[in-house]
Design a protein around this ligand. Structure first.
Ligand code: ATP
Length: 264
């Protein structure tokens, strides 16, 4: 059984429902790196995220946040434990099957934006849908690009955009197909506070309007406050959580994780 700590009752309560109703479920997932020096990046992590929830993941540098995203999405294999997406177990032993499984179900916004340099903004945003053979309505694409403030940059190539603009292309690309599960690693890291607020509002709306489930790694308490819940990682374990977070409360919780200065 998973700790009830990690299940958040939603309006129209999900209490009593089975794992089928979780957009993402991790059961005792562990991941270790390195041969010479071994690092336990994830240490027996269990969590359950119901559909239509927005979760922020925070923790000190090296606490395992990116590893959590990468293993939960099947980009990297876990050493042990089970990962279920929409009730189906993610199997990373067959890379082609794992890629097919992810396609259409899972979206990503990476720290490195992974845009194709020869394609325009418009083409980059539509590429995943094209690969998946599931066309996206032009009007919807245009709306998303307008919402992230790139309506007048459609024909630009990534090298002709600022870092923040490239980040917004990556966000538009991830949400335009409305994947059930969206992982975002520092999606507002390169944005000023006004743009960050727009992007976070957009992510919040995609959760509330389209029932998407968003998992976002961030160092920023203000960004985390847009989520329904914050999970705090330390040394590869979930050590705390905050429901309905406010920036001040998140910052206070984060301060508790800072390494204490040695007292002389
Ligand atoms: N490919 C790798 N090989 C070896 N060790 C790794 C590798 N990737 C991550 N680690 C180690 O695993 C731990 C967790 O790393 P991870 O990138 O998940 O942390 P993080 O919380 O996302 O950090 P940051 O906030 O600095 O991005 C760290 O100690 C890191 O050094």
């Amino acid at each position: 059984m998973l700790a009830p700590l990690f299940r958040r009752p939603l309006p129209g309560s999900l209490e009593g429902m089975t794992a089928m109703e979780d957009a993402l479920r991790l059961e005792s997932v562990s991941k270790t790196y390195g041969e010479r020096v071994r690092v336990t990046a994830l240490d027996d992590v269990s969590l359950a995220l119901p559909y239509g929830t927005f979760t922020a993941v925070m923790g000190p540098s090296g606490s395992g946040k990116s590893t959590l995203l990468n293993t939960a999405s099947g980009l990297e294999p876990a050493d042990s434990g089970r990962i279920l997406v929409g009730g189906q177990q993610l199997d990373t032993s067959d890379e082609t099957a794992a890629t097919r499984f992810r396609r259409g179900r899972i979206g990503f916004v990476f720290q490195a934006f992974n845009l194709l340099p020869t394609l325009t903004v418009w083409q980059n945003v539509l590429l995943p849908a094209r690969i998946a053979g599931s066309p996206v309505a032009k009007r919807h694409t245009r709306e998303v690009l307008d919402r992230v403030g790139l309506g007048d940059r459609l024909d630009h190539r990534p090298a002709e955009l600022s870092g923040g603009e490239q980040q917004r292309v990556a966000i538009a690309r991830a949400i335009v197909t409305r994947p059930a599960l969206l992982f975002a690693d520092e999606p507002t890291g390169a944005l000023d506070s006004a743009r960050a607020a727009e992007v976070l509002t957009l992510l919040g709306e995609s959760v509330r309007e389209f029932g998407q489930t968003v998992v976002m790694v961030t160092h920023d308490p203000v960004a985390a406050a847009y989520a329904d819940r914050v999970l705090f990682l330390a040394d590869g374990r979930i050590v705390d959580e905050l429901q309905a977070p406010e920036a001040a409360g998140v910052a206070a919780r984060m301060a508790a994780f800072r390494p204490r200065k040695a007292v002389a």
